[in-house]
Design a binder for this molecule. Sequence first.
Ligand code: SAM
Ligand code: SF4
Length: 329
Amino acid sequence: MPLIDSFGRTVNYVRLSVTDRCDLRCIYCMAENMTFLPRHEVLSIEEFTSLGQAFVGLGVTKLRITGGEPLVRRGTIELLQNLGQLRGLHELCLTTNGTHLPQYAQAIRDAGVQRINISLDSLNPERFRRLTRFGDLNQVLDGITAAQNAGLKIKLNCVALKHYNADEVPALVQFALDEGLDISFIEEMPLGKINDHGRAAEYVSSDDLRNQLARDYSLFPQENSHSDAGPSRYWRVAGFNSRIGFISPHSHNFCGSCNRVRVTATGRLLLCLGNEHSVDLRTQLRAANYSEAALREAIINSMQHKPEKHFFDLHEEPQIVRFMNMTGG
Ligand code: SAM
Ligand code: SF4
């Protein structure tokens, strides 16, 4: 029985945020000083496995493990191994900042993951450090190499900020083309109260970025071929295999084709990235008389709370109080 919301959209893609913790502090994602969740509030690997099983039983065909940084959590590889065995799951994906890939890339591939997203906002070490507050670019570049060697298909994710890295978009695209990787540029979303910059001042639209690229590359649009695809709209460059994507929550609303929901590290089912509607699944998971049937019923009932669309206003901060590391990007 598929999950269908009250606007007729089928939900077949779920993102599980396995931790709110991270070894970086990207300026658009987190404030400088963050308080992280006490561990007992975070779902166990067994609980995440049960969730994955319930969702796949309800017709979900794509699961993405994210965070926070999923690879700083002990047990993430075990979770991938568990989920990789679920019958009916077509795609198991991971989103990571890449710093731990030299250690884990092969295990991730062996668990059944075929495609991963790696965040990369700059190829300049100084800038990279500024954007992540203390990150080391070389660690991520080594992570990309490790993932390539393990046979993982990679998409880079870059949050473009007007005065930080928007001028580097052509260089990032050239890197992706040279390495045979896909790349997506994301418009920054107003999630959580950050103290580094004003989000409105850093806004740069996907169309501006694409126009900038069109000076050096001839881009042609590509139809989205996956039935369970994400929110990126893709272009290609003649002669290359890479796809160049744009995720445009402000300039091109993608809610009409939304097929996804998210679960936070504490088991809160978020029905929309840009709204606070949520349903607590941890209570079901931790009930003394736990049953998968009851969990499934809670998930099915939650579909009626999925909002039609997000309304982001960059001039009103913060609109959504939870940070992206809580939300699961
Ligand atoms: N730590 C992993 C990583 O960085 O890829 C996974 C979690 S991170 C929250 C997932 C994605 O969300 C990253 O690509 C990140 O760049 C993006 N992101 C974080 N905060 C964002 C924001 N305020 N607006 C848009 N994208 C954001
Ligand atoms: Fe960490 Fe990812 Fe957020 Fe950066 S975007 S602070 S790497 S969770």
